[in-house]
Design a protein around this ligand. Structure first.
Ligand SMILES: N[C@@H](CCC(=O)N[C@@H](CS)C(=O)NCC(=O)O)C(=O)O
Length: 213
């Protein structure tokens, strides 16, 4: 039986794969594990009844596991690792939280209208911490030469950071963080990433209502 996953459709284009970073994380995990799957695109501004019945919070991603629908990308990727251990995507515990504050600080900075509120500095501090990790460990990925779960969580978030901050704030990751640049390049050139990413215009459209509420 094919695995099934509900993911976000693009804003304004319900037949196109959308911009949810948590949905992409699950798709990346399925791709890296070479698992065939059936994808359902969910228009989150007009959620179908059948979707609301399987996702009580109305959130994507949702994944069908043994006839039961399960939500939350942390839970789903944990189940995939347990049920399909090969190839392993386990991140060694000491590296599991590298970069974990980047997405939150990025969203705060993106939404900020006050250039002196410290939100840019907070994001830069997190990116510098990532730079230091990458500089002092073998790469190109967080845990070395092989991509692992932490990379698959960070990749869509860094893509959003690059596209949304570039568009809405003309901001880009400073050149003084070359290892972060190299890391992003390595992530974005993975075949699995190419296959599961949405177009930049849909990332931009997806953030519009949060940036200009
Ligand atoms: N913690 C959840 C977050 C999922 C989430 O926030 N999904 C968003 C799209 S990126 C969503 O479904 N929003 C729809 C809504 O809130 O109505 C996960 O990791 O899966």
């Amino acid at each position: 039986m094919a695995l099934e996953v509900c993911v976000k459709a693009a804003v304004g284009a319900p037949d196109v794969l959308g911009d949810c970073p948590f949905s992409q994380r699950v798709l990346l995990t399925l791709e890296e594990k070479n698992l065939p799957y059936k994808m359902h695109l969910i228009n989150i501004s007009d959620k179908p009844q059948w979707f609301l019945a399987i996702s009580p919070e109305g959130k994507v991603p949702v994944f069908k596991n043994d006839d039961k629908w399960v939500s939350d990308s942390d839970v789903i990727t944990g189940i995939l690792e347990e049920k399909y251990p090969e190839p392993s995507l386990k991140t060694p515990p000491e590296f599991a939280s590298v970069g974990s504050k980047i997405f939150g600080t990025f969203v705060t900075f993106l939404k900020s209208k006050d250039s002196s509120d410290g939100s840019e500095k907070a994001l830069l501090d997190e990116l510098e911490a990532l730079e230091n990790h990458l500089k002092t460990h073998d790469g190109p990925f967080i845990a070395g030469g092989k991509v692992s779960a932490v990379d698959l969580s960070l990749a869509p978030k860094l893509y959003h950071l690059k596209v949304a901050l570039g568009h809405y704030k003309s901001w880009s990751v400073p050149e003084s963080l070359p290892h972060v640049h190299g890391y992003m390049k390595a992530l974005f050139s993975l075949d699995s990433f190419e296959k599961t990413k949405t177009e930049e215009k849909y990332v931009i459209a997806g953030w519009e209502h949060k940036v200009n509420p």
